[in-house]
Write a protein of this length. Structure first.
Length: 372
């Protein structure tokens, strides 16, 4: 069985209680999260596409029509994704459906290919559900379902059951281990939205950037980068670093030829040796860290060390001095003092393994799972 034999159910109920607002319309790179999923779905030859949307609205009708999806409304309010699945499975004409939640911005449909091999050939009896397993977690909202699961979900909802896994577990089903954890990252809350926007910012860059920032000097930005680089090199990455310094610098020794050229009035001086080179250039105003970073050759990632001149995504370090940085570019905090704020992901300042995994995720690396 191939994808053209399946219906697609995009589950987009819209309650978003943990987010505090309708996350379907939250933008990533200027596009609503729901539209990202519809765009990707429109490129795949599904037999039918359904948008399981809770309650219909003119905005949802327009969006569904633009991408060739049929709007399916929930018949029960407040029953979560199980009701969306039930209504979608009942509406479709195909034996099986792929069901995907709209809040997984990095999901790609080819990841379903190993699941398709578990479906039966014509006339055979197959599993009622096929679920991917990633990072020791089942993913029921990126799975395949037989249309008869509509009756099972109906029975569960009538009994007050809302947990998908509890309904699926006693029924015939398969699980398929997959090694693409970033595909199943879902945006449930403001902290997840920050992380998603940070990764999205890098996915459109030729070389990804990550700013290491702190509210005051002496917080340990340089030490943090020194500890992080070897861990990234173990992953096969070539890392460049650009440092912002408000005090100025001096890279040459008085009396050397390059110093003499600068003293004579040269605006740019390059020194090339068998082992490398450097270029020093005078600028009338402070150069952008990004413009300098874009000149680094042979790098897979550029780390920017700066208090205030970096770019998204940022990791902010905090040791209790100065105000915690939480501007819109801040993706996460590394701190010794946990904060009563769940709008930003938090990690221990010395947890360098978490720093490595977070960096891999934010740079857009495939197979990168976030530290929990």
């Amino acid at each position: 069985m191939d994808i053209s034999s399946l219906s697609l159910l995009i589950v987009a109920g819209g309650r978003s209680s943990r987010m505090g607002k309708d996350k379907r319309w939250l933008e990533l790179d200027g596009v609503p999260m729901l539209e990202w999923m519809l765009r990707k779905a429109a490129r795949r030859p599904f037999a039918r596409r359904y948008l399981c949307c809770g309650a219909a609205s003119p905005e949802l009708e327009e969006l569904a029509g633009r991408y060739g999806a049929v709007l399916v409304e929930d018949e029960r309010e407040g029953c979560g994704p199980m009701e969306g699945l039930r209504c979608g499975l009942r509406a479709m004409p195909t034996e099986y459906a792929a069901a995907v939640s709209c809040d997984m911005p990095f999901f790609v449909f080819p990841v379903l290919q190993p699941l398709l091999s578990c479906l039966p050939a014509g006339g055979e009896t197959g599993p009622l559900a096929v679920l991917p397993e990633s990072g020791a977690r089942l993913q029921p909202l990126a799975a395949l379902y037989h249309r008869s699961m509509a009756a099972a979900f109906e029975e569960a909802l009538a009994a007050g059951v809302r947990r998908l896994g509890g309904v699926i577990e006693p029924l015939p089903h398969h699980t398929v281990p997959l090694s693409r954890p970033e595909c199943f990252f879902n945006v449930n809350d403001p902290a997840g939205l920050r992380l998603a926007r940070g990764r999205m910012a890098n996915m459109r860059r030729p070389v990804p950037f990550l700013t290491i920032s702190a509210p005051v000097s002496g917080t340990g930005k340089t030490t943090f980068i020194e500890r992080l680089i070897p861990l990234l090199r173990e992953e096969g990455l070539h890392v460049g670093v650009v440092k912002g310094d408000c005090h100025g610098y001096d890279v040459d020794t008085e009396g050397k030829d390059s110093w003499r050229f600068r003293q004579a009035g040269a605006e740019s001086v390059a020194v090339v040796s068998p082992h490398g080179y450097f270029i020093e250039r005078a600028t009338p105003a402070r150069a952008s860290l990004l413009s300098v970073a874009n000149q680094l050759e042979g790098t897979d990632l550029v780390l920017l060390e700066s208090r205030s001149h970096g770019c998204a995504p940022k990791i902010s370090l905090w040791r209790g001095r100065g105000g915690l940085l939480a501007d819109e570019d801040t993706a996460a905090w590394f701190t010794r003092v946990p904060q009563p704020d769940d709008t930003v992901a938090q990690y221990d300042l010395d947890d360098m393994e978490a720093a490595k995994r977070l960096t891999l995720f934010l740079m857009g690396r495939e197979g990168a799972g976030l530290p929990l």
